[in-house]
Design a protein around this ligand. Sequence first.
Ligand SMILES: [Zn+2]
Length: 718
Amino acid sequence: MALLALGLAFFAQAGARAYGHMPLQTRATRLHLFPEQTKSGQAQRPGLTAERYEIDVSFQPEKGFLRARAEVTLRVVEAPPPQPNPSLDAIEFELNPHLKILEITDAQGHKLSFDRSGRLGSPKVSVRLAEPIKMAGTQTSGALAKLTFRYEGVLPPQPLDYITKDGILLRDESRWYPAVDLSAFTESQITITVPSNWNAVTSGQPQGSTSAGPAAIYRWRTSRAVSSRAIVAFPAQGPCGPAFRDVSPSPPLPYDVSACFPPEQAKTGDRLAIEIAALLRTYSNLEGPYPHSTLTIVKGFPNQGGAVGYSAPGFLVVSEDVVKFHDYPGYAPEFLPHEIAHQWFPIEVTIAREEDGWLAESLAEYLAWRYLRERDPARARRMVAQAMRDALAPEPLPPLSLGLRLFALEGESVTHATLYQRGMLVFRTLETVIDRERVDRVLREYYQRYAGKAASIADFRRLCEEISGRNLRWFFDYFIEGTRIPQVAIRRTRSAAPNEVSGEIILRNVPPEFNVRVEMRLETAGGPVEHSVATRGEVTPFTATTPQPVTRITLDPDQRILRWTEAAERNRRQRALLAGIDKLEQAGQFSRAAQICTQALALDPENLASNEQQIRFELGRLLYRGERFTAALPEFERVLALGSLDPMASDLQRAWSRVYRARIESRRGHAAAARAEAQAGLAIKSPAVQTRVSWPDAPARESSAAEELRALAGQAVH
Ligand SMILES: [Zn+2]
């Protein structure tokens, strides 16, 4: 039983509004928001499944209004446990409480009575059947019930579900149609009526459109069961066109990518389509064929900053910033790869429970890393380095077994660090246990076996055990259920021969069954020699012979194992120290806050945690607020020269360093110097310069570095 439809990731990268003052290392990184992450599908009765939908929905976008007729066919698949002569006399649905139910009828045309939950905001609707349905034992082709709902109402716009004059997106989670299970696999036929200059897209194949006066009617029909009934509509000029058809490999792959962008963005649409086609090809080879004939990309989330995406079967909705900045190097590199991976997981293999979220978000992130590794190894390495540091930042570390519940239980930053980053690292660690080829076999088999169904982490574990021939309970207990993180170290011991290196690999914080392959790079005068050791328990001795004496050993050089690193430890200490500076700043204690920044820098003199740029930026800002301009200027100077693991965050800090430097020059009456700083800032052509943020000096005022720099450049002219 699937509790949550989840073909989505919601990121806002380097563009999340109002993230001005964020704790160390989440500023200008991505923001994942599930604003209405609720337990869904709880209304599902055991033994009841939705099989088919026929929905006719019409919209008045400017009023946020929809009116619909939805016919749902349900199948009784098995009797609920021990009940003599079990029969079903009522069915529990969920429907958005803002929608007023006008009528519910059954296949015989009986008007059915129903109760909406008395609890405020609850979507639950209990429909009493005219005649109870006999639940026929364990029979799989049980009785059918067909109910027709008529309903209408105004849905207040939400960040991810909205009906506005600029566009419509209704995910399954919006509960815009009556459901017993939001991620049920159903065939559907959906007719969408929108204003005449609009277009509407949903899963399946378009069956043509007709115009009826001021309205346009779009008909869509699936040819196979899909796990979503989400719909998207938007004002458009002309129909969506195939932006890219794959013809390069022989035989050509059997799908095309279609883009629905306004003409002035058609070129960008084409470039996005080309990358999407490459992703579909990669994942088709890795997992199994892409299950649809088209992937349609649509622009949505009007007026929302940042990289925002929503994936549904056969279509992808992306925000304006994705379209605008997609080509900029370093802008949200894993965004598209992550979103496209969702077409397989969890859209085609849905997850059984929210707790199985590792098989949705972490897996999409892992596949995104695999894609980047082939296409852009430098970005893939940075993605891993960032994850190795940030995944271990939350204190305490929550278990991955919380899955999607993390969204409700923890903030954005902890959820991202855990479910996305640590979860991805656990997949990489699995490669060191059963090897990458077997992970690939598992993923292919997992997809083949569970496509069109829901699966759990237990199902995935069984498959890993089947394919590796090993008992892997310890791995899942430790990394998914548990929150301990291994410490891996090498102790060199005396070698017997000059060209022999020997030592012990020491693992701490691990159970006795713990067993991974640890790689090491042996540096010699004649170049590096790669060596790997399968560990057994806490201490594993090893010996290796090299042509020349070993000068240095680098443990796990590609960071393949999720473990404590010096960078992660220093990051954690720095964060702990810096946690209090917001309050000090609010209290006007700039000099004390600046002192703490200096102490934090001293915790990592080699900048192993790559936080120096951000801390120096904070330090510069605090010195500026304390009017210590002479001390602030060189800090901002350092920020310009330093980098970090996140290119967008680096650009943001550099651009704002120029803003502060220009302000300082301006306040000192150096008009020409202020103008020069402002112009140097405007020369930074990064999306981060356009990002609107607010700083603690003026928390209510949001502006972009570009706006500030333009004003400073102009002001200095007078
Ligand atoms: Zn996602």
